[in-house]
Design a protein around this ligand. Structure first.
Ligand code: GDP
Ligand code: MG
Length: 436
């Protein structure tokens, strides 16, 4: 029994750290936030499983509080999932050809203008916009309006209905007029269909662009993923543009798309105006997604309550010499709630190795609990009052022997003394461990 109590104490020290209970709670919050943010269910599940694994593998004595640690793990993983670093666009060729692809209404024409404006403002770039949406005269007009707004030349040919030929003529025009970037705006349809795919694929093959960008409306949520996959299968595009991320649009599509097509998101559109363009930063997007429903503070609050309140109460009791069997029982209960003994022991740094080969069963606390249950409330708060006749009664009531009762009392006494001692001199470390 003394061995088992030793183990329990180890577990108690570890308790309040990253453990099964607060991880499970946290994971639930995170998964909900991801689903709220429109992340695909399967991806959300995979993601949270990964986070759980990482969290449980963390050292209990880490200097970060568990809440902070969890949030950090989630942020890091989310950032990683969305590509880690911001990805630039390749502008090394002269001229560099950038081809826009995507469904109708996704924001291709608007983004073409934004990108042209963004590059023009870099001074070293002289972009040309090329209008290859030949199906609606209004589409050509729209690009001209945009070009005028930002002071960028637009190449179009209203008498030609072959987008491949227009794209090629546009590139020739760029070369002849010193444009070092050519942005080709194309037609989209309301849904993925063969004709659109054939057309964009023909343009792609004919002009061999340095950058093929897939433009997608982030408000389309789950559909965005399917569309991205369809376009990627045909174009093997280089990057994703996530538009309409202004207002409270959810960013979940960013995670899902990146996971499914494994291409970087390069820019985001955040409004209808020409300057509403931002380089995509995975870390910032992680913040945004986690900010949905304020999951960060939720997680932190849940964890801090769980850990700190308990630790504070306990600290007070120990200081006042009031730590009794009821508290002990509560601790055991909590420990049991956290999962199986084997799992728990595995979470204690170094313990896994030390206890290898030992028989750790989940009934480790059965006798202890039975003995405590057989004590009166007074006996639980004041163990010193437990004399021989009381011990006999307790042993009988709990189906244990007087030796077992004695052992528990002795062990409890030692534990109380140690706690008290830790409170005084080296107590900070112990309390830190309990709080962590
Ligand atoms: P296209 O059919 O792919 O060329 O899409 P358009 O560029 O014509 O855009 C479709 C609509 O979405 C237009 O009304 C745009 O003003 C709007 N739009 C495009 N990008 C954004 C954005 O980032 N935010 C918002 N709020 N609206 C956008
Ligand atoms: Mg358009």
């Amino acid at each position: 029994l003394s061995e088992k109590l030793d183990k329990a104490l180890h577990v108690l020290k570890g308790h309040g750290s990253i453990n099964e209970v607060n991880v499970a709670e946290t994971i639930k919050e995170i998964r909900r936030a991801l689903l709220d943010a429109d992340v695909n269910f399967k991806i959300a599940k995979e993601f949270t499983n990964k986070v759980k694994e990482k969290a449980l593998g963390q050292n209990v004595l880490s200097s970060l509080k568990p809440g902070q640690l969890m949030v950090k793990i989630v942020k890091d993983e989310l950032t990683e999932l969305m590509g880690g670093e911001a990805a630039g666009i390749n502008l090394s060729a002269n001229p560099s050809i950038i081809l826009m692809s995507g469904l109708q209404g996704s924001g291709k024409t608007t983004f073409s203008g934004k990108l042209a404006n963004y590059l023009k403002n870099k001074k070293t770039k002289k972009p040309l916009l090329v209008a290859c949406d030949v199906y609606r005269p209004a589409a050509i007009d729209q690009l001209h309006v945009v070009g005028e707004q930002i002071g960028v030349e637009v190449f179009s040919d209203r008498d030609n209905n072959d987008p491949v030929a227009i794209a090629q003529a546009g590139i020739a025009h760029a070369k002849a007029n010193g444009h070092n970037v050519v942005i080709i705006d194309t037609a989209g349809r309301l849904a993925v269909d063969e004709a659109m795919m054939t057309e964009i694929s023909n343009i792609h093959n004919a002009i061999a662009p340095q950058e093929t960008l897939f433009v997608v409306d982030s408000m389309t949520g789950q559909d965005a993923v399917n569309t991205a996959k369809a376009f990627n299968d045909v174009l093997n595009f280089d990057g994703v543009i996530l538009t309409k991320l202004d207002g409270d649009t959810r960013g979940g599509a960013a995670i899902s798309i990146k996971s499914v097509v494994n291409k970087p998101i390069k820019f985001i559109g955040t409004g209808e105006k020409m300057d509403a363009i931002d380089v995509f930063h995975p870390a910032r997007m992680a913040d945004r997604i986690l900010g949905m429903g304020d999951v960060v503070s939720l997680v932190e609050r849940a964890q801090e309550q769980f850990d700190e309140e308990e630790a504070r109460k306990l600290q007070k009791k120990i200081a006042k010499n009031q730590f009794g069997f009821d508290d002990f029982l509560k601790q055991i209960q909590q420990v049991k709630n956290m999962g199986s003994m084997k799992d728990l022991v595995g979470m204690i740094p170094g313990a896994g190795k030390a206890m290898k080969g030992m028989d750790i069963d989940d009934d480790a606390f059965k006798h202890v609990e039975a003995i405590i249950h057989s004590m009166t409330p007074d006996e639980r708060t004041k163990p010193s009052t437990i004399n021989v006749s009381r011990k006999k009664r307790i042993a009988k009531g709990s189906g244990t022997s007087i030796q077992q009762v004695n052992q528990l009392l002795k062990q409890f006494d030692q534990m109380s003394k140690m706690m008290k001692m830790m409170q005084g001199g080296g107590g900070k470390r112990m309390m830190q461990m309990m709080k962590n």
